[in-house]
Ligand binder design. Structure first.
Ligand SMILES: *Cc1c(COP(=O)(O)O)cnc(C)c1O
Length: 525
């Protein structure tokens, strides 16, 4: 299929991979189910649609589900319009605590916070993971009807906190799919653990794994790469393993929607004149969220500067500044913003593909260098392109906690530690355009950090005994009282009262994980 000619037929906008391994571009449905291309590359659409300014602004007139459907239709995916409407109607409804889904909160005339945490798990991953499971299930159904698919799915997720709960909440009750989440025992916060082990639904399971997140992830990876296990599950249970991690194009696409949507909303409120540019600052880890903003810009959202905010794990800051991505001698540092603690930022691969003239051979050589030398250097042209597309900033732990205090005292608005990093990076790099700061979690998801901030404690300092004795929920109540907050999302506030469903602790080796997964599948077959 010729990828360069404009797709006009139903579902004809197909997908390439960033390392040039697949020979025939694939349809959207297949890309969603496969997640990662064979050969390790990431899927990107042949064609990026473009909206006129009027089309972007028209989004403001629609409810959020319709905005999402409008954007998906523009990508010309191989699911019928009625199915897209149905999927979006189910994805963005009263599962969010506000009809706006992701409201813009004004700090002052030129600064707005895009709140992406009104979904069921209070972190921005809901924006994608409330949608992807429906798209996944409809894609599977479509391929089954075409006789191209004969299995159900078992999604396996290793999580350091936020993704696991968001994936559980998204896939709960989705037909033809089971989901199992593995988290490091003792390695997640009280709130995060309770969010996962109290998850409802017959098609879900949660295991605590002895060891740290790396052990957890390595065990899951081995299980994924074990052809004997895959064969066994297919033969005995008609089940294929799949993942829901952030390199799946089906997770990136829902994120493009809220950037186009936020621009339209901002214009409709008089926050920016129609067509005038805005700047956006995103707290970044795996580069998924900010890459979605970049795609929204290509699609016609008047975005001028994209500020990539990192914590002290500043591999992205250094990369954007120097063109060298180097993790050969880089420590992994624990911070108050754990969802941004990252060394390999996987979605950068997509960005490099787009910026180097879509050269799969260049991308492939960089990714090989990263694997063998833990480092790669991009050519001057790609580096310059990266630098003209992004402003990069790194914020340390002390600045992060100080910013939580400052934003509270200046604007009466309480932010979590990830959002605080975006605030600091955004304030420091502010230009003349209106600034949109992306908020990725409700503060109560990271209560201990907020407590430390308002009590002038350093990140490394132990909580005082009276605070350390409290559950995550009780600590949040205390912080709410002290800071004058009246609202903690129900799903976080009620956690202490929900029954614990999952208590199993297992070893992190592949065979133990495989046995546990099979037991769950057998019990639900
Ligand atoms: C996942 C996450 C991030 C990082 O997002 P990326 O898309 O990986 O860059 C930032 N903040 C929070 C709260 C998250 O859960």
């Amino acid at each position: 299929m010729d990828c360069l000619s404009r797709s006009t037929q139903f579902g004809e906008n197909r997908y390439l991979d960033t390392r040039g391994t697949i020979t025939e571009p694939l349809p959207f449905t297949q890309v969603v189910l496969e997640g990662l291309a064979s050969g390790g590359g990431l899927f990107v659409p042949c064609e990026i649609p473009h909206f006129s300014l009027d089309e972007v602004l028209a989004l403001a007139e629609m409810p959020y589900a319709k905005r999402a459907a409008f954007v998906y239709r523009a990508f010309n995916i191989d699911l019928p319009d009625v199915v897209i409407d149905e999927v979006m109607g189910a994805s963005y409804a009263d599962n969010f605590d506000t009809e706006e889904i992701c409201p813009l909160h004004p700090l002052d005339e030129k600064t707005h916070v895009l709140e992406l945490w009104h979904g069921p798990t209070s972190a921005f991953k809901d924006m994608a993971l409330q949608c992807l499971p429906h798209v996944f299930s409809k894609s599977a159904q479509a391929l089954r009807e075409q006789g191209k698919l004969h299995t159900d799915f078992m999604i396996l997720v290793a999580t350091s906190g936020d993704t696991g709960k968001a994936a559980l909440a998204g896939f709960q009750g989705v037909e033809g799919v089971r989901i199992g989440v593995l988290f490091p025992d003792g390695g997640v916060s009280d709130i995060q653990r309770k969010q996962m082990v109290t998850q409802g639904g017959d098609n879900v399971y949660v295991w605590a794994v002895r060891g740290n997140f790396d052990d957890c992830q390595t065990g899951v990876k081995f299980a994924f790469d074990d052809p004997v296990f895959a064969d066994h599950l297919a033969k005995n249970y008609d089940i294929a393993l799949s993942s829901a991690n952030s390199i799946n194009w089906g997770r990136l696409m829902p994120q493009i929607v809220y950037y186009l949507s936020a621009y339209a909303t901002l214009v409709s409120r008089g926050g920016v004149a129609a067509g005038d540019p805005i700047d956006i600052c995103v707290p970044t880890g795996n580069f998924g969220n900010i890459l979605a903003a970049w795609y929204a810009k290509q699609m016609g959202a008047p975005i001028e500067r994209l500020i990539c905010a990192s914590n002290v794990n500043r591999v992205l800051t250094d990369f954007i500044e120097t063109g060298t991505y180097d993790i050969s001698d880089r420590p992994f540092i624990l911070t108050p913003a754990p969802s941004m603690d990252i060394l390999v930022s996987s979605n950068m691969e997509r960005q490099l593909f787009e910026l180097c003239g879509r050269s799969a051979s260049l991308v492939k050589s960089w990714m090989e260098d990263l694997k063998t030398q833990r480092k790669f250097v991009v050519d001057d042209k790609t580096r310059e392109s990266l630098q003209s597309n992004y402003v990069a900033a790194s914020v340390n732990n002390e600045e992060c906690l100080a910013t939580i205090r400052e934003v509270l005292s200046t604007y009466g608005y309480l932010v979590d530690s990830h959002t605080a990093i975006a605030c600091k990076a955004g304030f420091d790099n502010r230009g003349t355009n209106p600034l949109v700061i992306v908020s990725t979690a409700h503060w109560a998801k990271f209560g201990p950090s907020v407590y430390r901030a308002v009590h002038h404690l350093a990140y490394e300092e132990e909580l005082p005994a009276e605070a350390a004795a409290l559950s995550g929920c009780e600590l949040n109540n205390l912080v709410a009282q002290e800071t004058g907050q009246s609202f903690i999302p129900r799903n976080l506030a009620d956690l202490d009262n929900l029954p614990v469903r999952f208590t199993e602790v297992i070893d992190g080796d592949a065979s133990t994980i495989e046995r546990a997964v099979e037991t769950f599948i057998r019990q639900t077959s």
